[in-house]
Write a protein that binds this ligand. Sequence first.
Ligand code: PAF
Length: 326
Amino acid sequence: MTFVTRGLVSAGIFVAMGLPAFAQTEVKIGYALAPDSHYGVAAAKFEEVVKAETGDDFEFKHFPSSGLGGEREVIEGLQLGTIEATIVSSGTLANFVPDTGVFDIPFLFRDLDHARAVLDGPIGQDILAKFDAVGLKGLAWGEQGFRHITNNRNPINTPEDVESLKIRTMENPVHLAAFNAMGAAPTPMAWPEVISSLQQGVIDGQENPLSVIVSVKLDEVQKYLTLSGHVYSPAMLLVSKPFWEGLDDEQKAAFEKAAEEAVTAMRAYVDNVETTGVETLKERGMQVNELSAEQKAAFQESIASAYEGYYETYGKDLVDSIVNFE
Ligand code: PAF
Protein backbone atom coordinates (compact mmCIF):
# COMPACT_ATOMS: atom_id res chain seq x y z
CA MET A 1 0.00 0.00 0.00
CA THR A 2 1.42 3.35 -1.01
CA PHE A 3 1.71 6.26 1.44
CA VAL A 4 -1.28 7.96 -0.28
CA THR A 5 -3.60 4.92 -0.23
CA ARG A 6 -2.62 4.19 3.36
CA GLY A 7 -3.64 7.81 4.18
CA LEU A 8 -6.97 7.42 2.40
CA VAL A 9 -7.74 4.18 4.22
CA SER A 10 -6.99 5.72 7.61
CA ALA A 11 -9.09 8.79 6.69
CA GLY A 12 -11.96 6.39 5.93
CA ILE A 13 -11.53 4.73 9.32
CA PHE A 14 -11.66 8.13 11.09
CA VAL A 15 -14.82 9.12 9.20
CA ALA A 16 -16.41 5.78 10.08
CA MET A 17 -15.59 6.47 13.74
CA GLY A 18 -17.26 9.91 13.50
CA LEU A 19 -13.92 11.73 13.93
CA PRO A 20 -12.68 14.44 11.56
CA ALA A 21 -10.61 12.95 8.76
CA PHE A 22 -8.08 15.79 8.63
CA ALA A 23 -6.66 17.87 11.43
CA GLN A 24 -7.65 21.53 11.56
CA THR A 25 -4.92 24.13 11.90
CA GLU A 26 -5.07 25.77 15.31
CA VAL A 27 -5.13 29.58 15.51
CA LYS A 28 -4.32 30.80 19.00
CA ILE A 29 -5.35 34.46 19.17
CA GLY A 30 -4.30 36.49 22.22
CA TYR A 31 -5.42 39.96 23.30
CA ALA A 32 -5.30 42.09 26.43
CA LEU A 33 -8.99 42.79 26.94
CA ALA A 34 -12.25 40.92 27.63
CA PRO A 35 -14.44 39.16 25.03
CA ASP A 36 -16.97 42.03 25.23
CA SER A 37 -14.32 44.70 24.49
CA HIS A 38 -13.46 46.19 21.08
CA TYR A 39 -10.66 43.59 20.81
CA GLY A 40 -13.00 40.71 21.71
CA VAL A 41 -15.59 41.86 19.18
CA ALA A 42 -12.92 42.15 16.47
CA ALA A 43 -11.42 38.73 17.30
CA ALA A 44 -14.87 37.10 17.10
CA LYS A 45 -15.54 38.72 13.70
CA PHE A 46 -12.08 37.63 12.50
CA GLU A 47 -12.83 34.00 13.37
CA GLU A 48 -16.35 34.18 11.88
CA VAL A 49 -15.12 35.44 8.51
CA VAL A 50 -12.14 33.06 8.29
CA LYS A 51 -14.50 30.15 8.97
CA ALA A 52 -17.10 31.38 6.49
CA GLU A 53 -14.39 31.62 3.82
CA THR A 54 -12.41 28.46 4.53
CA GLY A 55 -14.88 25.98 6.03
CA ASP A 56 -13.20 23.72 8.59
CA ASP A 57 -9.58 24.51 7.82
CA PHE A 58 -8.95 26.42 11.07
CA GLU A 59 -9.85 26.01 14.72
CA PHE A 60 -9.63 29.21 16.78
CA LYS A 61 -8.64 29.34 20.44
CA HIS A 62 -9.16 32.72 22.08
CA PHE A 63 -6.98 33.97 24.94
CA PRO A 64 -8.61 37.25 26.08
CA SER A 65 -7.62 39.37 29.12
CA SER A 66 -3.86 38.92 28.61
CA GLY A 67 -4.27 35.12 28.86
CA LEU A 68 -1.03 34.67 26.90
CA GLY A 69 0.86 37.48 28.70
CA GLY A 70 1.58 41.15 28.04
CA GLU A 71 1.43 42.57 24.52
CA ARG A 72 5.20 42.48 24.02
CA GLU A 73 5.39 38.80 25.06
CA VAL A 74 2.54 37.90 22.72
CA ILE A 75 4.19 39.63 19.75
CA GLU A 76 7.42 37.76 20.55
CA GLY A 77 5.35 34.54 20.58
CA LEU A 78 4.17 35.37 17.06
CA GLN A 79 7.76 35.86 15.94
CA LEU A 80 8.69 32.47 17.38
CA GLY A 81 5.64 30.83 15.80
CA THR A 82 4.19 29.65 19.15
CA ILE A 83 1.17 32.00 18.84
CA GLU A 84 -0.62 32.55 15.52
CA ALA A 85 -2.50 35.84 15.90
CA THR A 86 -3.04 38.87 18.08
CA ILE A 87 -4.74 42.25 18.32
CA VAL A 88 -2.50 44.74 20.12
CA SER A 89 -2.21 48.44 20.85
CA SER A 90 0.71 50.42 19.49
CA GLY A 91 2.19 50.25 23.02
CA THR A 92 5.23 48.15 22.21
CA LEU A 93 5.01 48.05 18.40
CA ALA A 94 7.77 50.63 17.97
CA ASN A 95 10.16 48.15 19.60
CA PHE A 96 9.58 45.89 16.59
CA VAL A 97 9.13 48.46 13.79
CA PRO A 98 10.46 51.83 15.04
CA ASP A 99 8.59 53.87 12.37
CA THR A 100 5.30 52.86 14.00
CA GLY A 101 6.04 55.33 16.82
CA VAL A 102 5.15 58.28 14.60
CA PHE A 103 1.45 57.51 15.12
CA ASP A 104 1.93 57.70 18.91
CA ILE A 105 2.81 61.40 18.81
CA PRO A 106 0.33 63.35 20.94
CA PHE A 107 -2.02 65.85 19.29
CA LEU A 108 -1.14 64.47 15.83
CA PHE A 109 -4.63 63.59 14.62
CA ARG A 110 -7.65 65.93 14.54
CA ASP A 111 -10.26 63.22 14.98
CA LEU A 112 -11.02 59.54 14.31
CA ASP A 113 -11.73 60.11 10.61
CA HIS A 114 -8.35 61.79 10.16
CA ALA A 115 -6.53 58.94 11.93
CA ARG A 116 -8.39 56.23 9.99
CA ALA A 117 -7.66 57.95 6.67
CA VAL A 118 -3.92 58.14 7.44
CA LEU A 119 -3.68 54.53 8.65
CA ASP A 120 -5.66 53.16 5.70
CA GLY A 121 -3.77 55.41 3.26
CA PRO A 122 -0.22 55.14 1.87
CA ILE A 123 1.60 56.28 5.04
CA GLY A 124 -0.14 53.71 7.27
CA GLN A 125 0.08 50.91 4.71
CA ASP A 126 3.83 51.48 4.12
CA ILE A 127 4.49 51.12 7.83
CA LEU A 128 2.21 48.05 8.09
CA ALA A 129 4.25 46.36 5.32
CA LYS A 130 7.45 46.81 7.39
CA PHE A 131 6.30 44.10 9.83
CA ASP A 132 7.19 41.52 7.15
CA ALA A 133 10.87 42.10 7.85
CA VAL A 134 10.59 41.21 11.56
CA GLY A 135 8.83 37.83 11.49
CA LEU A 136 5.32 39.27 11.58
CA LYS A 137 2.51 39.90 9.11
CA GLY A 138 0.59 43.11 9.77
CA LEU A 139 -2.90 42.43 8.41
CA ALA A 140 -4.64 45.71 9.24
CA TRP A 141 -4.65 48.76 11.48
CA GLY A 142 -7.44 48.83 14.05
CA GLU A 143 -7.95 51.33 16.82
CA GLN A 144 -8.94 52.01 20.41
CA GLY A 145 -9.91 55.68 20.24
CA PHE A 146 -8.29 58.76 21.82
CA ARG A 147 -6.55 58.27 25.16
CA HIS A 148 -7.66 60.12 28.32
CA ILE A 149 -6.12 60.44 31.78
CA THR A 150 -7.64 58.76 34.86
CA ASN A 151 -6.27 59.08 38.38
CA ASN A 152 -7.02 58.96 42.10
CA ARG A 153 -5.01 61.99 43.25
CA ASN A 154 -6.90 65.05 42.03
CA PRO A 155 -9.13 66.38 39.25
CA ILE A 156 -7.03 67.42 36.26
CA ASN A 157 -7.82 70.58 34.31
CA THR A 158 -4.35 72.02 33.63
CA PRO A 159 -0.87 70.63 33.00
CA GLU A 160 0.05 71.83 36.54
CA ASP A 161 -2.51 69.35 37.92
CA VAL A 162 -0.44 66.55 36.39
CA GLU A 163 2.80 67.63 38.07
CA SER A 164 4.59 64.67 39.71
CA LEU A 165 1.56 62.46 39.09
CA LYS A 166 2.66 58.82 39.16
CA ILE A 167 1.06 57.85 35.89
CA ARG A 168 1.45 54.52 34.16
CA THR A 169 2.26 54.78 30.46
CA MET A 170 2.58 52.00 27.93
CA GLU A 171 6.15 50.82 27.30
CA ASN A 172 6.35 53.45 24.60
CA PRO A 173 9.13 56.06 24.37
CA VAL A 174 6.93 58.56 22.49
CA HIS A 175 4.32 58.62 25.26
CA LEU A 176 7.01 58.64 27.94
CA ALA A 177 8.64 61.74 26.43
CA ALA A 178 5.29 63.57 26.39
CA PHE A 179 4.49 62.87 30.06
CA ASN A 180 8.01 63.80 31.10
CA ALA A 181 7.66 67.10 29.23
CA MET A 182 4.32 67.67 30.98
CA GLY A 183 6.04 67.39 34.38
CA ALA A 184 4.40 64.11 35.40
CA ALA A 185 6.26 61.15 36.89
CA PRO A 186 5.53 58.51 34.24
CA THR A 187 6.13 54.80 34.86
CA PRO A 188 6.13 52.52 31.81
CA MET A 189 4.43 49.25 32.74
CA ALA A 190 2.99 46.21 30.95
CA TRP A 191 -0.81 46.15 31.07
CA PRO A 192 -1.24 42.97 33.18
CA GLU A 193 0.35 44.80 36.15
CA VAL A 194 -1.73 47.96 35.92
CA ILE A 195 -4.92 47.17 37.88
CA SER A 196 -3.09 45.76 40.93
CA SER A 197 -0.64 48.72 40.85
CA LEU A 198 -3.59 51.13 40.90
CA GLN A 199 -5.24 49.19 43.72
CA GLN A 200 -2.05 49.19 45.78
CA GLY A 201 -1.37 52.88 45.13
CA VAL A 202 1.96 52.14 43.42
CA ILE A 203 0.72 54.50 40.69
CA ASP A 204 -1.86 57.30 40.91
CA GLY A 205 -3.24 57.01 37.43
CA GLN A 206 -3.06 55.72 33.90
CA GLU A 207 -4.26 56.76 30.47
CA ASN A 208 -6.38 54.83 27.99
CA PRO A 209 -9.30 55.39 25.62
CA LEU A 210 -12.96 55.14 26.68
CA SER A 211 -13.13 51.71 24.99
CA VAL A 212 -10.67 50.40 27.60
CA ILE A 213 -11.84 52.49 30.58
CA VAL A 214 -15.42 51.27 30.11
CA SER A 215 -14.76 47.61 29.18
CA VAL A 216 -12.17 47.07 31.94
CA LYS A 217 -14.35 48.96 34.47
CA LEU A 218 -11.48 51.20 35.47
CA ASP A 219 -14.05 53.24 37.41
CA GLU A 220 -13.75 50.54 40.11
CA VAL A 221 -10.15 51.61 40.78
CA GLN A 222 -10.04 55.23 39.53
CA LYS A 223 -11.94 58.29 40.70
CA TYR A 224 -11.18 61.09 38.21
CA LEU A 225 -11.36 61.03 34.44
CA THR A 226 -10.08 63.95 32.35
CA LEU A 227 -11.13 63.97 28.71
CA SER A 228 -7.67 65.02 27.57
CA GLY A 229 -7.79 63.11 24.26
CA HIS A 230 -4.04 63.76 24.24
CA VAL A 231 -3.18 61.01 21.79
CA TYR A 232 -4.84 58.65 19.32
CA SER A 233 -4.39 54.97 20.13
CA PRO A 234 -3.96 52.73 17.08
CA ALA A 235 -4.22 48.96 17.28
CA MET A 236 -3.01 46.27 14.90
CA LEU A 237 -4.15 42.85 13.82
CA LEU A 238 -1.02 40.75 13.40
CA VAL A 239 -0.33 37.14 12.50
CA SER A 240 2.85 35.15 12.81
CA LYS A 241 5.00 35.14 9.67
CA PRO A 242 5.78 31.38 9.89
CA PHE A 243 2.02 30.75 10.15
CA TRP A 244 1.30 33.13 7.25
CA GLU A 245 3.86 31.44 5.03
CA GLY A 246 2.15 28.08 5.59
CA LEU A 247 -1.15 29.35 4.12
CA ASP A 248 -2.15 28.94 0.49
CA ASP A 249 -3.30 31.93 -1.57
CA GLU A 250 -7.01 31.35 -0.93
CA GLN A 251 -6.45 31.08 2.81
CA LYS A 252 -4.35 34.26 2.78
CA ALA A 253 -7.17 36.08 0.98
CA ALA A 254 -9.61 34.79 3.60
CA PHE A 255 -7.45 36.10 6.46
CA GLU A 256 -7.09 39.48 4.74
CA LYS A 257 -10.85 39.77 4.25
CA ALA A 258 -11.42 38.69 7.87
CA ALA A 259 -8.98 41.34 9.14
CA GLU A 260 -10.77 44.05 7.18
CA GLU A 261 -14.14 43.05 8.63
CA ALA A 262 -12.66 42.73 12.12
CA VAL A 263 -11.42 46.31 11.86
CA THR A 264 -14.84 47.52 10.73
CA ALA A 265 -16.35 45.84 13.82
CA MET A 266 -13.67 47.34 16.09
CA ARG A 267 -14.19 50.85 14.72
CA ALA A 268 -17.99 50.53 15.12
CA TYR A 269 -17.46 49.56 18.77
CA VAL A 270 -15.18 52.58 19.27
CA ASP A 271 -17.68 54.93 17.57
CA ASN A 272 -20.36 53.69 19.94
CA VAL A 273 -18.32 53.94 23.14
CA GLU A 274 -17.05 57.40 22.17
CA THR A 275 -20.71 58.53 22.20
CA THR A 276 -21.99 56.61 25.22
CA GLY A 277 -18.88 55.99 27.35
CA VAL A 278 -18.75 59.24 29.30
CA GLU A 279 -22.37 58.88 30.43
CA THR A 280 -21.73 55.25 31.44
CA LEU A 281 -18.70 56.25 33.53
CA LYS A 282 -20.57 59.12 35.20
CA GLU A 283 -23.37 56.70 36.11
CA ARG A 284 -20.78 54.37 37.59
CA GLY A 285 -19.60 57.24 39.81
CA MET A 286 -16.54 58.67 38.07
CA GLN A 287 -15.93 62.41 38.26
CA VAL A 288 -15.44 63.49 34.66
CA ASN A 289 -13.62 66.70 33.69
CA GLU A 290 -14.16 67.93 30.17
CA LEU A 291 -11.53 70.33 28.78
CA SER A 292 -12.26 73.49 26.80
CA ALA A 293 -10.32 74.14 23.57
CA GLU A 294 -8.05 76.55 25.53
CA GLN A 295 -7.39 73.99 28.24
CA LYS A 296 -6.51 71.37 25.62
CA ALA A 297 -4.20 73.88 23.94
CA ALA A 298 -2.39 74.33 27.28
CA PHE A 299 -1.68 70.58 27.39
CA GLN A 300 -0.44 70.68 23.81
CA GLU A 301 1.81 73.62 24.70
CA SER A 302 3.16 71.74 27.74
CA ILE A 303 4.67 69.04 25.53
CA ALA A 304 6.17 71.39 22.92
CA SER A 305 9.72 70.42 23.98
CA ALA A 306 8.97 66.74 23.23
CA TYR A 307 8.05 67.68 19.66
CA GLU A 308 11.70 68.60 18.93
CA GLY A 309 12.64 64.99 19.70
CA TYR A 310 9.78 63.65 17.59
CA TYR A 311 10.91 65.72 14.59
CA GLU A 312 14.45 64.42 15.04
CA THR A 313 13.32 60.78 15.21
CA TYR A 314 10.64 60.71 12.53
CA GLY A 315 11.43 63.77 10.37
CA LYS A 316 9.39 66.97 10.39
CA ASP A 317 8.24 66.29 6.80
CA LEU A 318 6.60 63.01 7.76
CA VAL A 319 4.96 64.50 10.86
CA ASP A 320 3.68 67.46 8.81
CA SER A 321 2.40 65.21 6.04
CA ILE A 322 0.34 63.28 8.61
CA VAL A 323 -0.97 66.47 10.25
CA ASN A 324 -1.94 67.90 6.85
CA PHE A 325 -3.35 64.66 5.40
CA GLU A 326 -6.89 65.25 4.05
O1 PAF B 1 -2.73 50.64 27.88
C1 PAF B 1 -2.44 49.62 27.23
O2 PAF B 1 -1.42 48.94 27.45
C2 PAF B 1 -3.34 49.23 26.07
O3 PAF B 1 -4.11 50.30 25.66
C3 PAF B 1 -4.22 48.02 26.41
C4 PAF B 1 -5.17 48.30 27.53
C5 PAF B 1 -3.35 46.82 26.77
C6 PAF B 1 -5.03 47.62 25.18
O4 PAF B 1 -4.22 47.29 24.12
